[in-house]
Design a binder for this molecule. Structure first.
Ligand SMILES: NC(=O)c1ccc[n+]([C@@H]2O[C@H](COP(=O)([O-])OP(=O)(O)OC[C@H]3O[C@@H](n4cnc5c(N)ncnc54)[C@H](O)[C@@H]3O)[C@@H](O)[C@H]2O)c1
Ligand SMILES: O=P(O)(O)OC[C@@H](O)[C@@H](O)[C@H](O)[C@H](O)CO
Length: 482
């Protein structure tokens, strides 16, 4: 299959082989290669583990991408073979290939998505590890090798564009690289080279990528006429906002193609808007919809009751917490709701449920706190979502076991706390007080928010006694009476 495809110089090192990067970054590089003189390919390494790299190499880095949803107002479903990945490197078996890539004259960019957990300082990482445990540790060793190979040449720095969904992803990555420089005693000249010759951008990505289409793979395989283990499905919508100097466009000519990717001076407004509205709504709707018996985001957004809940949560309790023109926010929010309703893609609620406690903390808690501060009252729907999430962590939907996915400590804590309630040794009120008081989960003691604990306990009681559907209907009626 590869004979039909062009091989481009390897300009990008990519940390991450996952669905999102392939359906978003590698797709954009493919377009750049086809429509501009970018002429560059991507070398992929798996940031943690290495089991997926063989699959990538077995397919010569090629994979099929389905994009489905509204494009310029029309429903479009299209598929294409993405040819921007040159190879994957298995870090444990072929670390030499990885570290030697640092000496490449062609290499210029480093792009990553290592989830919200990947950009952290791992003190036990050593320069000589093959490989280091953490992503920043691996990158620090790579950059040091490059610095040495080119004798600190300022023309041979790299442009880092991380896409992890955390605030200041590039800034944080740079700080950690400098921490490694200090831990490993790499010297002032290296520190200066990192700061002067390299560019760390912050970036924000947006595209809903449900990933491998497990329900329709047979049908798709028949349509394609070949099997593709790396098949990935995403929506048509995309946005990549990069906070970095405009000169990068000379080397990464994203302005020359019809993509919604652009450079800005301040990413913050884009980040807050997207994280609070889109990701916040995902995290808030997940337990409410799942416990209502629904399985996908589209089912939730189209459901008469759950859909109303999501819409009101966004418009009444999230938008007022954002200090941007409300008209623009409403347009963005309506677009998000339409993206949620996308009938082409099956985005399973359970697949977005992973690490929901920390997601609530970063995506929803800031809106809850801002609402309390500005309105001097409690946002009922957001608190209902929080209560539903706590209820969800009981791990049961009627008789069905919910495959909870979170840190072991978090799962253990909920197991214990719910255990006390089921055994009758603690009341739901005590459960609410204890869980909301866990500063490790929320970064603060939520019992300090006046009235919150009582409201959570009340909603938990309703969920316990009436079930989700009735509790939700009661909540929505409360609003119409008010
Ligand atoms: N799927 C989407 O709709 C979407 C959209 C925008 C952003 N994202 C972000 O992209 C990330 C990956 O999503 P995906 O859909 O590609 O998932 P995926 O499961 O296909 O890929 C996960 C990737 O993260 C790496 N990884 C997992 N845990 C890690 C850790 N602790 N440290 C370092 N690397 C780790 C894996 O090796 C893999 O490369 C998510 O965190 C998500 O926030 C996803
Ligand atoms: O990917 P996660 O699990 O961090 O979050 C789930 C979704 O909120 C997220 O993937 C969105 O679909 C995405 O951020 C849209 O751009």
């Amino acid at each position: 299959m590869s004979d039909d495809f062009i091989l481009y110089p390897e300009k990008i090192l990519q940390f991450g082989e996952g669905n999102f990067l392939r359906a978003f970054v590698d797709w954009q590089i493919d377009i750049l290669n086809k429509e501009t003189d970018f002429n560059g390919s991507v070398v992929v390494v798996q940031p943690r583990g290495s089991d997926k790299i063989a699959r990538l190499n077995n397919q010569d880095g090629l994979f099929t991408l389905y994009l489905q949803g509204l494009k310029d107002g029309k429903a479009v479903s299209e598929h294409m073979v993405i040819n921007s990945i040159s190879r994957g490197i298995h870090l444990a078996d072929h670390y030499n290939q990885y570290i030697e890539l640092a000496e490449s004259k062609d290499l210029r960019f480093v792009i990553s998505n290592t989830t919200e957990a990947g950009i952290y300082f791992e003190e036990s990482d050593k320069l000589d590890d093959r490989p280091q445990k953490s992503f920043p540790g691996k990158l620090a060793a790579f950059l040091y090798r490059r610095f040495k190979a080119f004798n600190g040449d300022y023309q041979k720095g790299c442009i880092m564009i991380p896409t992890e969904l955390i605030e200041g992803n590039g800034t944080k990555l740079k700080e950690i690289i400098l921490q490694f420089a200090s831990l490993w005693n790499l010297g002032d000249a290296f520190v200066n080279w990192i700061c002067e010759a390299n560019t760390f951008c912050n970036s924000l990505v947006d595209r809903i990528v449900p990933g491998f289409p497990k329900d329709s793979v047979q049908e798709i395989t028949e349509e394609l006429g070949y099997e593709d283990e790396l098949l990935v499905v995403g929506e048509q919508y995309h946005q990549w906002v990069i906070e970095g100097p405009k000169w990068i466009e000379k080397e990464f000519p994203i302005d020359k193609v019809n993509l919604n990717t652009f450079f800005v001076e301040d990413l913050n407004p884009y980040r807050i808007q997207k994280v609070r509205i889109l990701n916040g709504a995902h995290t808030a709707m997940m337990p409410v919809a799942h416990l209502s018996g629904l399985d996908t985001v589209a089912e939730a957004a189209c459901d008469e009751v759950v859909g109303e809940f999501v819409q009101e949560l966004i418009f009444d309790e999230i938008l007022p917490t954002l200090d941007f023109p409300q008209g623009e926010l409403r347009i963005f929010a309506n677009d998000v709701l339409n993206r949620f309703r996308n009938p082409f893609i099956k985005h399973y609620l359970i697949s977005i449920s992973m690490n929901s406690i920390s997601k609530f903390k970063t995506r929803n808690l800031p809106a809850l706190l801002d609402y309390v501060e500005t309105k001097q009252e409690l946002p009922r729907k957001m608190i209902f979502a929080l209560s539903s999430l706590l209820y969800f962590y009981q791990g049961k939907r009627n008789e069905e076991v919910i495959p909870l996915a979170d840190d072991t400590d978090v799962l253990q804590l909920f197991k214990e706390l719910w255990g006390h309630v089921t055994e009758g040794t603690k009341t739901i009120e005590q459960f609410a007080k204890e869980v909301l008081g866990h500063e490790k989960l929320w970064g603060m003691n939520l019992n300090h928010i006046a009235g919150l604990t009582g409201m959570v306990a009340e909603y938990l009681q309703q969920l316990n006694q009436k079930g989700m559907k009735q509790a939700l209907e009661t909540l929505l009626k409360e609003r119409s009476i008010k």
